[in-house]
Design a protein. Sequence first.
Length: 190
Amino acid sequence: MTADITGRKVAFLVAPEGVEQVELTEPWKAVENAGAMPELVSTGAGTVQGFNHLDKADTFPVDKVVDDVSADDYDALVLPGGVANPDFLRTKPAAVRFAHAFFAQEKPVAAICHASWLLAEADVVRGRTLTSFPSLKTDLVNAGAEWVDKEVVVDKGLVTSRGPDDLPSFCAKAVEEIGEGKHRAQARSA
């Protein structure tokens, strides 16, 4: 049973340089099918390049540029992975501030695969339990997180998963947390 999140606006933050396509499209479909309105937010206008691992795939039109929006405009944030996406995003102060603001406002955040790199940069993982692609374990532990090897972890409104194989569980939990709305404990790490 999927939660009804009709009318909620969900930002998907993606770098134009590339995102793991399935980690964008599957959560997008999940929130859309549950009634939410997803918007593709990026650090630049135009399109975002999708990748199937290292091979170029489709492109996706950017709805909004991160400099022109705020967390106030959305009910939740989804951070797709791939190696390039969060690596580029964490070098953009506007993207880091945008992600951090969702925690400060106690709004749900869902991050898959390498996306937690951005959360480490935003300094919101300290004292949280989460998972990610295994190669991020040391980075996340060094940023103060407790890293576990599970398909999906939920910690005070933050949903994390390891990678594409975990998408069914990730999508279901992301929709569930968006449905629950604000999480008062979310701001404690911001």
